[in-house]
Design a binder for this molecule. Structure first.
Ligand code: MCU
Length: 389
């Protein structure tokens, strides 16, 4: 009887494992030109995504494509991650094969016993965070510098993994946030609820925020602010703006400015249509978790047409998963860069209420721009949205 039972258990296990097998990407990725925004619902190998299980595989594939083509390898959790949370400070100690680093982050707590949700802010928050939500200030530049192209390989991540590691600064920041969460999860001496974590950052740190949401599934709410090209914008849409004579940041420019992308990406910046991805896939990686994309409609360099069109397209993954209102896109101008306007308060509050404060009835149906950006979907999207819910 027992042996029959264990045999059955083994069969069930094998069937489950087999069912979850995803087709691996080949060692060499064949590039096929596509001037439109690539279909998130067709795999690299040409298979249509029709079920939730298909999407799980496709999601992994997209994550690998980003790492191999744009941002370099995100290392897994190292063998030793320890740390403390004491008073208002989190200390993270990591050891990898004999080399060690430590870094800290500070916590601003609400008053009371908690546990409280928290928003991790790259370099500090430039959105208003309500007083009942904790703020964890994360010094991402300490993990990977971002002064200019001379910052390549500099920062604690590279002390640990070597200066020549393929990871871009943004990838290194993702890794650092994951280690912060490891320490929060392993310690009890704090008042943070690790099931209710958000992430935010503005501009270059907004690019980092959307990457963190995309690659760290323990983040419940992602709020990139004015991340522009390299963040919420799609390379193809930014190139289109550039062709129309608008001074927008493009892939070919961004790699000459800073180290947000891996050196691996350099070979693709002049052949963007060949990329089997674009940044609407980043929203797809965050799905179905909360995502509010805050953009600026009046600064051409940030690519307003591009960020809006890209994120409206990314929201189609949320639609496919049956949760369109878990993602919002709001593009508003008439203010300085990273100066959050009060006209976006209601939507920001709704996302925080729903994803960090357990208010399920908050209205997070947000898709707007305060100016007409003349984004014509038919020119960019030649695929349909399946029902994966
Ligand atoms: C929007 O983020 C960047 C932008 O990509 C850069 O080209 C520019 O130099 O700086 C922006 C920024 O981080 O501003 C604070």
């Amino acid at each position: 009887m027992t042996s029959l039972k264990s045999l059955l258990a083994l069969v069930t296990l094998s069937v489950t494992v087999l069912a979850q097998t995803c087709a691996p990407l080949p060692a060499t990725i064949t590039l096929r030109a596509n001037s439109r925004l690539p279909d998130p619902f067709t795999t690299y190998g040409g298979q249509k995504v029709t079920t939730a299980a298909d999407w799980t595989c496709r999601r992994n594939e997209i994550s690998e494509l980003f790492q191999r083509l744009e941002v370099g390898t995100l290392p897994p959790k190292p063998s030793s991650v320890t740390g403390t949370v004491s008073g208002n400070s989190i200390t993270v100690n990591v050891n990898n094969g004999g080399t060690g680093i430590s870094f800290t982050a500070s916590i601003r707590y609400p008053t009371g016993n908690g546990p409280f949700p928290a928003i991790i802010a790259l370099g500090g928050a430039s959105i208003p965070i309500p007083s009942n939500v904790a703020v964890i200030t994360y010094n991402n530049d300490d993990i990977a510098q971002q002064a200019n192209t001379g910052s390549r390989g500099r920062g604690k991540f590279y002390t640990l993994y070597g200066q020549g590691h393929s990871a871009s600064a943004m990838t290194a920041w993702v890794w650092g946030v994951s280690r912060l969460i490891d320490v929060l999860e392993a310690n009890t001496g704090h008042r943070i609820d690790t099931k209710r974590l958000g992430v935010t950052g503005c501009s270059r740190n907004g690019k980092g925020a959307i990457m963190i949401g995309a690659f760290e599934p323990r983040i419940a709410l992602t709020i990139p602010q004015e991340s522009g090209s390299g963040g919420a914008a799609c390379w193809r849409l930014s190139d289109d703006m550039s062709r129309r004579g608008i001074e927008v940041q493009t892939a070919r420019q961004i790699v000459t400015e800073n180290v947000w992308f891996s050196p691996l990406f350099n070979q693709y910046v002049n052949r963007v249509p060949d990329l089997p991805l674009d940044h609407h896939f980043l929203a797809g990686l965050v799905a179905p978790r909360g995502l509010l994309v805050i953009e600026h409609s009046g600064i051409n360099w940030l690519g307003p047409f591009s960020t809006y069109g890209c994120m409206v397209t990314g929201r189609k993954v949320y639609q496919a998963l049956g949760v369109p209102n878990n993602m919002g896109i709001s593009s508003v101008g008439g203010h300085g860069h990273c100066q959050f306007p009060s006209s976006q308060n209601t939507e920001l509050t709704a996302f925080i209420n729903k994803f960090l404060l357990n208010n399920t009835s908050a209205n997070t149906n947000v898709q707007r721009s305060d100016v007409n950006l003349n984004y014509n979907e038919a020119s960019w999207v030649d695929w349909t949205v399946p029902n994966l819910a």
